[in-house]
Design a protein. Structure first.
Length: 113
């Protein structure tokens, strides 16, 4: 399975970004998917997830600001991030939270005040 994250950038506090994760090598539509992030010196954490059936979960730290979605026809996972804060600065990754695959390279999000 190959995971390719994109869409990261440097933005100011309060800005928005949309991340994308292209998935290949597996039947995307039947897999649960999640977005993770890892800030310097911290462990990787689950930010949001979406089941194969479309049920979503968001961590308290991003609830109301981040929205996860998927397009099964494009085999792509998305993360819409609004009202970004400095503490959202991290490398963002996608993966299957139920049966994780090898990690991709991630995409860097930097939020400056």
């Amino acid at each position: 399975v190959q995971l390719v994250e994109s869409g990261g950038d440097c933005v100011q506090t309060g800005g928005s970004l949309r991340l994308a994760c292209a998935v290949s090598g597996t039947a995307f539509s039947i897999n649960d998917m999640g977005w993770y992030r890892q800030a310097p010196g911290l462990q990787r954490e689950l930010v949001a997830s979406i089941s194969s059936g479309g049920a979503t979960y968001s961590a308290d730290s991003v609830k109301g600001r981040f929205s996860i979605s998927r397009d099964n026809t494009k085999e792509t996972l998305y993360l819409q991030m609004n009202s970004l804060k400095a503490q959202d600065t991290a490398v963002y990754y996608c993966n299957n939270p139920t049966e994780p695959w090898d990690w991709g390279r991630g995409t860097q999000v930097t939020v400056s005040s």
